[in-house]
Design a binder for this molecule. Sequence first.
Ligand SMILES: Cc1cc2nc3c(=O)[nH]c(=O)nc-3n(C[C@H](O)[C@H](O)[C@H](O)COP(=O)(O)O)c2cc1C
Length: 246
Amino acid sequence: MRPAGRSGDGGPPVDPRRRGRITVKRESFPFRKMTVAEMVSASEEFLAALKRRRTVRDFSNRPLPREVIENAMRAAGRAPSGANRQPWRFVAVFDSEVKRKIRVAAEREEEEFYGHRAPGEWLEALRPLGTDKRKTFLETAPCLIVVFLKKYSVDGRGRRQLSYHAVESVGIATGILITALHLSGVASLTYTPSPMKFLNRILDRPTEERPFLLLVTGYPAEGATVPVIEKLPLGEIATFIGDTPD
Ligand SMILES: Cc1cc2nc3c(=O)[nH]c(=O)nc-3n(C[C@H](O)[C@H](O)[C@H](O)COP(=O)(O)O)c2cc1C
């Protein structure tokens, strides 16, 4: 039994006014201080690297090192999340039979989508990208990473623990995943068949996990090209309020 008035680890007596309060242990962390010149140079390097990221739809079947996928998932797992609930789950599929099942199920949905489900306006927006109902990449690419959003988890006493801001959290983690893969030499395609429920069945995932998106990963096929698109300039995506000191 804990001695009265003492903290659990045998430390100094607990201030009675603090009893019952939730306290968390705190620690220092390895924040890297940089000079302004280093900061500018790092931001420029990162921007230059991200300018080379493009969505690839034509993959080679060359296998990917599993360690690179694992490290990218670890990096994504470092993302911030609402109340630190970490509501993401990643399933990496290397198995060709499972990939085939995903392709068959996805193409069934795509048939409906391109056939009659998609509004004309949506099909019009997709036209410049040249996408259609055939999803060969689901079998050719060496690895499919399916990202699931965990709506809640169940604690040891069978109680549901809700995720907070799960969409935002999983979106941030996915952005980090795509970036980590890209910076490790892996190309990707963010693929979102609709609906995606078939992924629960094929991958045997519980109902509290909702498929968020499927990241097709690998190397671009020899001679692969990408659509010519434009990115909005800073002036259109950002607004600055107030001056900075420099
Ligand atoms: C949430 C999301 C869903 C997407 N879904 C698809 C998709 O189902 N099929 C596809 O070919 N591309 C899909 N894309 C890729 C976009 O078309 C692509 O990111 C966009 O055209 C910009 O091209 P970039 O990634 O090369 O900059 C998706 C992207 C995002 C972010």
